[in-house]
Design a protein around this ligand. Structure first.
Ligand code: NAD
Ligand code: TDX
Length: 358
């Protein structure tokens, strides 16, 4: 029975991954979730699996080598799936230090402990072990030409402190692959959306603001393009890469769902109007004039677009959810889980929101 050490499993993508894995493998796997529960970590995301005997939550910082070593001493870890990160670009512009600590130093700690426990001799690692570094398309920088795409061999050209920290972590993983033949894959996916996403990110922020009758803040001219990937398609790809990805390879994961931010805002408003009951009071807030253009993000990348041909060809993965379908599923989830959103947006989030948008 394989044991997965998932880091950052109480966050958006990590919690979707853990849920997907238990739905698929049920009692045939063990998962240990190591998460330090920063502002973005939320154990409510895992309510449905908390009581499982083959699941363990450990509240620890991935930078703490002694604690991570203890986990390896008492468990036979087969896979590390490293989601733990500071993940919001706007926060990285205000406070880069913690991004370097968690995203770079934290990854180094995990690499070193995995190497300590998995290496057999100078040139060999135990069979069946693998480290998955969950990275991002942002490490490639920004595309200006609308016919251009990010490929796995596109040179790294990060622009924000966040993407610089993710690119640094990727280079560390790559150096371990090259130097020690360390068993790892790096995954680089495009913008995720779906259930349990923290409302600092564009899509849940727009949904929540529209429901509360607040402005929908659009940076700059609203024409920046992101390539939206439904989170369930992403976590499925990660499972496939763990099982069948060739050791040492990088895999891009993208949805071919490119949209301008302004288009996303309109789709959200239209979908809310379609999904809300006639009698729902919130419906009367939802008007196109909620859209408000505000000052642009510093260094705002213009366009991201992934070419996912390698993972399609090698692993037969393809995104199953179109944006039109995914956004409906997402909005339905947020409507049904209003309490989840209320709990998050009533705490520290209010201070963040005030500082960011007023
Ligand atoms: P998130 O911010 O929702 O969750 C991050 C999780 O990591 C939280 O639970 C947090 O508590 C935990 N964490 C943070 N610092 C930690 C530390 N030092 N030790 C232990 N736990 C810590 O992020 P997400 O959107 O779920 O992203 C997950 C991963 O995917 C990140 O590595 C991110 O860079 C990458 N990624 C995200 C997207 C996206 O669109 N969300 C796209 C591409 C790549
Ligand atoms: O209020 C807003 N207004 C706005 O116009 C916010 C929060 C965002 N935006 C724009 C900025 C981007 O062009 O929307 C786009 C998406 O923004 P974010 O949701 O902050 O995502 P992005 O900066 O593209 O980064 C995301 O995708 C790659 C994730 O946050 C990263 O973790 C991931 O690596």
């Amino acid at each position: 029975m394989k044991t997965y050490l998932v880091t950052g499993g109480a966050g958006f993508i990590g919690s979707n991954f853990i849920q997907y894995m238990f739905e698929k493998y049920d009692n045939d796997i063990n998962i240990i979730n190591v998460d330090d529960l920063t502002y973005a970590g939320n154990l409510d995301n895992l309510n449905s699996i908390n009581d499982r005997e083959n699941y363990k939550f450990i509240k620890k910082n991935i930078c703490n080598a002694n604690k991570i070593r203890k986990i390896f001493l008492s468990n036979n870890v087969d896979y590390i799936v490293n989601f733990a990160a500071e993940s919001h670009v706007d926060r990285s512009i205000r406070n880069p230090e913690v991004f370097i600590r968690t995203n770079v130093m934290g990854t180094l700690v995990l690499l070193n402990i995995a190497k300590e426990f998995w290496q057999q001799d100078d040139d060999n690692f135990k069979k069946g072990k693998k480290f998955i570094q969950v990275s991002t398309d942002e490490v490639y920088g920004s595309l200006e030409d609308k016919h251009d795409y990010f490929y796995e061999n596109t040179p790294l050209d990060p622009h924000s402190p966040y993407s610089a920290s993710k690119a640094s972590a990727d280079l560390l993983v790559k150096s371990y692959i090259n130097t020690y033949k360390f068993p790892a894959n790096i995954t680089r996916c495009s913008n995720n959306y779906g259930p349990y996403q923290f409302p600092e990110k564009l899509i849940p922020l727009m949904i929540n603001n529209a429901l509360e009758g607040k402005k929908l803040p659009i940076y700059g001219d609203g024409k920046n393009i992101r390539d939206w990937l439904y989170v369930k398609d992403h976590v499925k790809a990660i499972d496939m890469i763990i099982n069948n990805g060739r050791l040492g390879e990088v895999y891009n994961i993208g949805g071919h769902n490119e949209k301008e931010n302004i288009e996303v805002a309109h789709i959200i408003l239209d979908t809310l109007l379609e999904l809300l009951d006639k009698e729902d009071n919130r419906k009367k807030h939802i008007k196109k004039n909620l859209i408000a253009y505000i000052k642009d993000r510093k260094g705002h990348d213009r366009r991201y677009a992934i070419c996912p041909n390698k993972i399609k060809k090698e692993l037969n993965w393809y995104p199953e959810t179109s944006f039109e379908e995914g956004i409906k599923l997402t909005i339905k989830w947020y409507l049904k889980n209003n309490q989840w959103m209320k709990k998050i947006t009533s705490g520290d989030y209010l201070n963040y929101y005030e500082e960011m948008y007023h």
